[in-house]
Design a binder for this molecule. Structure first.
Ligand SMILES: Cc1ncc(CN)c(N)n1
Length: 237
């Protein structure tokens, strides 16, 4: 069985868990507060900025020119999406390319970003790509899920979880091509390297759930500090 098929089989429960998460349900039913949306918006734009570094590493680690060109295309799309997102930011939360780099990174976002960045030092597409492809896959699948629900059709909820479109979907879309690359690289990898790649993918899926959870609860380092130093914390994770 190709590695990607094995990975996707094991990733299904994580997708279902995210579909059920109250943050995702809150997008469908338009029940999230503006504070919850604001937290997500701020953390996610910084997360996407971190992905720029991951995609750069993929270009560097590519084993063929075709791979490098594909990652380069994905990078161009990432930068275009970030530019348009920055332009859309409300006056109450102004972000530009410079201030983006100073966004305070809250605990789960930090954990997820570092999980992804830690793969860079392997210089291996097979190890780096799953850390990034998991979020791409999950967002595309959640987009399909949400589109199939009777979602409340009003902004700002309408624009959430809409990553998709022709560039991402179909046999020539990014996500299928990423899985093809994982399968190609897996052919010359050891079983241990293949297992490591799978576990990296699954950990990203798990951290996606926690990313929604952190936004739902608006968890900050301050909460963690209070819980630790004042001993007044309930379960924060
Ligand atoms: C947390 C998260 N994961 C994935 C994506 C899609 N690149 C995202 N915008 N945010």
């Amino acid at each position: 069985m190709p590695l990607s098929q094995d990975i996707l089989f094991e990733a299904q429960p994580y997708l279902i868990a995210s579909e059920k998460h109250p943050f995702v349900q809150g997008i469908i039913h338009a029940t999230l507060s503006s504070e919850q949306l604001r937290y997500y918006d701020e953390q996610d734009i910084a997360f996407e900025y971190n992905e720029v570094g991951i995609i750069n590493a993929l270009i560097n680690a590519s084993t063929t020119t075709e791979q490098a060109l594909l990652f380069h295309q994905r990078q161009a799309l990432q930068l275009t999406m970030l530019r348009d997102w920055l332009d859309r930011e409300p006056k109450s939360m102004p972000h530009n390319w410079e201030t983006l780099k100073q966004t305070p990174i809250q605990p789960i976002n930090q954990l997820y970003r570092q999980h992804m960045s830690a793969t860079i030092q392997t210089h291996s597409v097979l190890q780096i790509l799953p850390s990034f492809a998991a979020g791409e896959w999950l967002y595309i699948e959640l987009g399909k899920f949400v589109a199939g629900q009777a979602r409340v059709d009003k902004e700002p909820f309408r624009s959430f979880l809409t990553m998709g479109g022709d560039a991402f979907l179909g046999p020539n879309g990014f996500i299928q091509q990423f899985f093809n690359i994982i399968d190609h690289e897996a052919q010359s990898a050891t079983p241990r390297e293949q297992e490591q790649a799978k576990q990296t993918f699954l950990k990203s899926c798990l951290l996606e759930w926690y990313f929604f959870d952190a936004a739902y609860k608006q968890l900050t380092w301050n909460d963690w500090q209070q819980a630790a130093l004042k001993g007044d914390g309930g379960p924060l994770l």
